[in-house]
Design a protein around this ligand. Structure first.
Ligand SMILES: Cc1cc2nc3c(=O)[nH]c(=O)nc-3n(C[C@H](O)[C@H](O)[C@H](O)COP(=O)(O)OP(=O)(O)OC[C@H]3O[C@@H](n4cnc5c(N)ncnc54)[C@H](O)[C@@H]3O)c2cc1C
Length: 344
């Protein structure tokens, strides 16, 4: 039997689900195709961070993106009944005195003064001889809660189709028994299998993280960051990650990344810990560090939403509305994120 929808969304990582939220909010009909594989979004740390913690810089629209994310999570809470925002700040552990001085001097910059707290803190029971700096307005998303609940909301309301989308049966406005107005492709790195958008310039950046049991729990419930992030999970274990690797595409755990994480944690955590699990995912990154949004000239109702890089939560949330307003209200796309900035 034919079914009519306003939208098809392919993929259910941050891009797909935040776009689905825009459709729910604006009362559009849609279906969301979700294959059975764990997305990069689902293995992500969930860090919401307005600062690049290597160089102590910020990025395009950071403040606007944080405000918009917090509002959006409140809207999602209205239909899932749960608040996924974990109000725990990032504490950046300094490697040396020089880093501390750099932080302090940058904390007076106009674009950073809201984020870099100039008062340093000493954290008990870990190595932090140079203390740590707090990132104001940083927080975390409860990633597993968000995906479990959001997907079960979609399932219960008939939005979710739990199968791989088959590009071979897609026509201009039909997909098998479905007719649709627009289709939005949110496949992350699997966009390489999409015959229409496979050539967009996204490059995989492989990230691993560990699930660890700490023999001595941390004395404070914050997110610690030295080389990588460490924070407590709901089940009493800790998340430690993630690594970055632009050269390793093998879809299996890489032992050297695991070693790198174990060494990184041992550098500041002075007690025993046990690795319970190692997971990995591929971040869809773009050279200019901007997402990729927009449609094709010859298939005007085929849209792409990709290139979220290392900031899937902030970018995914913010640009889902930008894309929605572009499609529904004819708002122009900012040139910085328009897929048409590339010749492919
Ligand atoms: C270890 C690690 C830690 C990270 N930590 C953070 C963090 O703390 N904060 C942050 O903001 N970002 C973080 N990221 C980055 C973030 O995960 C990515 O930006 C984000 O996952 C990209 O989301 P996406 O929806 O574009 O792609 P994905 O998350 O990859 O989702 C795409 C989904 O579409 C599905 N799909 C693809 N093709 C089809 C098809 N044909 N049919 C059906 N389904 C399909 C895929 O299987 C997948 O489930 C991290 C990434 C990694 C790897």
């Amino acid at each position: 039997m034919m079914k009519n929808v306003d939208y098809i969304i392919v993929g259910s990582g941050f891009a797909g689900l935040f776009f689905a939220h825009q459709l729910i909010k604006n009362k559009k009909s849609f279906v969301n195709f979700s294959d059975s594989q764990k997305s990069a979004s689902e293995v992500s740390a969930g860090i919401i961070n307005p600062v690049v913690l290597k160089k102590f810089t910020t990025f395009w629209l950071a403040k606007e993106q944080i405000v918009f994310l917090k509002d959006t999570l409140k809207e999602i809470e209205k239909y899932t009944g749960v608040n996924y925002l974990v109000d725990q700040r990032i504490h950046r552990i300094f490697h040396d005195e020089k880093e501390k001085e750099l932080w302090l001097s940058k904390s007076t910059n106009d674009d950073l003064k809201d984020f870099l707290n100039p008062t340093f803190e000493k954290i008990e029971n870990i190595h932090n001889e140079y203390e740590s700096g707090v990132v104001n307005h940083s927080a975390r998303l409860d990633v597993s809660g968000f995906f479990n609940d959001f997907k079960s909301f979609l399932r219960c309301n008939g939005y979710l189709i739990e199968e791989k989308f088959n590009y071979n049966i897609l026509r201009q406005n039909t997909y098998g028994e479905l007719t649709f107005k627009n289709i939005v492709f949110c496949e992350g790195m699997k966009v390489k299998e999409n015959p229409f958008f496979k050539d967009i310039p996204v490059q995989p950046n492989k990230g691993h993280h560990l699930k660890v049991a700490l023999s001595q729990p941390l004395s404070t419930k914050v997110t610690l960051k030295k080389k990588h992030f460490l924070f407590p999970s709901q089940d009493g274990s800790y998340y430690y990650g993630g690594t970055y690797d632009r050269h390793q595409f093998y879809p299996k755990v890489d032992d050297s990344a695991k070693e790198q994480l174990i060494e990184g944690l041992a550098e500041f955590y002075p007690y025993d810990f046990e690795v319970l699990e190692t997971e990995f995912g591929f971040r869809p990154t773009v050279r200019d560090r901007r997402p990729i949004l927009g449609n094709l000239e010859n298939h005007e109702n085929y849209y792409v939403f990709n290139g979220l890089g290392a900031r899937g939560i902030l970018s995914g949330c913010y640009f889902s509305k930008v894309l929605f307003d572009h499609i529904e209200k004819d708002e122009p796309l900012p040139a910085e994120v328009d897929v048409k900035r590339f010749n492919f």
